[in-house]
Design a protein around this ligand. Structure first.
Ligand code: 13P
Ligand code: ZN
Length: 286
């Protein structure tokens, strides 16, 4: 089968382009990786032209021998269809989880500079979901980034405020959201910090930069990103009208919702607030 005819490749391209259409990928902003299933590797293997091995920049021993689709560093999501072979490609991880080599595409290009974060997140998610999760997605969504300038950078505050903005949120991301303070992107340190959060959450916000989401397939991962960013957009609109909420979803409302929708909502996100002000000091959390 021709590489670009494979369903998993088409799904990857569609998700990247959907992100571009949402306005989440200015210039080369954002990146996407997919841990390819063994039977999918077989489907496209005849097209492989392996290149030289290169260091990943971190160690991911639990991903030894795995194949990934990845967007290229400096490449634009808006070109994912018209310049497919330059914009993304497939890589193979070596038997130690230290090096990778390109086996298809990425012509004149390297994998995303965030490969250490992507692969460390994949490694954690593969472990904690028994191999179910296959997609890691990073983008630069405007409203979520804007909130990192005004809300305290705490997992509790971001989770609670975003849950309050849309009733579906606690059902879509019941485990909550993690927040990484500003760090230099592209390296191992931010990868370690993010993958630590990915052990408990499916979403990690990078302050003043963007967001990471993890999921089982393209639809669920894109839908998760979309839901969080939509909720952030509502909060930005609310904040632009007032710094107080006249009414909102209360901790007890969330508890009732959890019961009916059969989700477990950690109590640490259901703290009592001392005021109706939206941008409050974390010390106001009782
Ligand atoms: P890449 O072009 O290397 O994928 O980087 C984009 C980005 O968003 C960095 O955080
Ligand atoms: Zn980025």
């Amino acid at each position: 089968m021709k590489f670009l005819d494979a369903e998993f490749v088409k799904g990857f391209q569609r998700m990247a382009f959907d992100g571009w259409e949402q306005g989440w990928h200015e210039r080369n902003g954002g990146n996407l990786t997919y841990r390819v299933k063994p039977e999918e590797v077989e489907e496209v293997k005849e097209n492989f032209e392996p290149r030289e091995w290169a260091p990943i920049g971190t160690s991911v021993p639990k991903l030894a021998g795995e194949y990934f689709l990845t967007t290229g560093s400096g490449k634009y999501m808006r070109n994912i269809y018209i310049k497919a072979e330059e914009t993304f490609g497939m890589i193979e991880v070596d038997d130690k989880g230290e090096n990778y080599r390109t086996v298809w595409g990425l012509k004149g290009a390297r994998p995303t500079s965030e490969l250490p974060s992507h692969l460390m997140n994949h490694e954690v998610k593969k472990e904690v979901t028994n191999g179910r999760y296959r997609v890691i997605y990073h983008c630069h969504p405007t409203n979520t980034i804007a909130l990192t300038f005004v809300l305290p950078l705490s997992d509790e505050v971001f989770t609670r405020e975003l849950w309050e903005m849309a009733t579906e949120c606690p059902v879509v991301f019941p485990d909550g959201i993690g927040v990484v303070p500003w760090m230099v992107p592209g390296g191992r340190d931010i990868a370690v910090a993010t993958s630590k959060l990915m052990r408990k959450y499916d979403v990690a916000i990078w302050a003043h930069h963007g967001m990471f989401a993890a999921g089982e397939d393209f639809d669920l991962t894109f839908g998760l990103m979309h839901t969080v960013e939509k909720s952030a957009e509502i909060l930005v609109k609310v904040l632009s009208m007032s710094d107080h909420k006249a009414q909102t979803i209360t901790p007890d409302d969330f508890r009732h919702l959890a019961k009916d929708f059969h989700v477990t909502l950690p109590e640490r996100f259901l703290y009592e607030k001392k005021s109706s002000k939206i941008v409050y000091d974390p010390s106001e959390i009782q």
